[in-house]
Design a protein. Structure first.
Length: 92
């Protein structure tokens, strides 16, 4: 996966953080969406997510709590937008 400047978005450090499989999957999905040139939004993620909406929200919350994702905007309809933080900002 690569970001807009051809640098990979996905950081392999994610596999060393003792996160559950669904949370890692949510992170990988966020990276894939970003690398495809799309915005990381709840709606874009839900189009591809193969589990429940509640589980996605729980995973995103955990990634936010660990400072892996940063919520940058939220609309009144629950469509949140995120950025993937650099590893140096993660709460390891």
């Amino acid at each position: 996966m690569t970001s807009h400047n051809n640098t990979p978005t996905m950081n392999r450090k994610i596999f060393e953080l003792d996160l559950n499989t669904e949370t890692i999957s949510a992170y990988l999905l966020c990276c894939g969406v970003s690398d495809a040139g799309q915005k990381i939004t709840t709606n874009n993620l839900l189009e591809k997510w193969n589990s429940s909406e509640e589980s996605l929200h729980n995973c995103l919350k955990e990634l936010e709590d660990r400072n892996i994702l940063k919520k940058i905007i939220s609309d009144r309809e629950g469509n949140d937008a995120y950025n993937v933080n650099n590893e140096e900002n993660w709460d390891l």
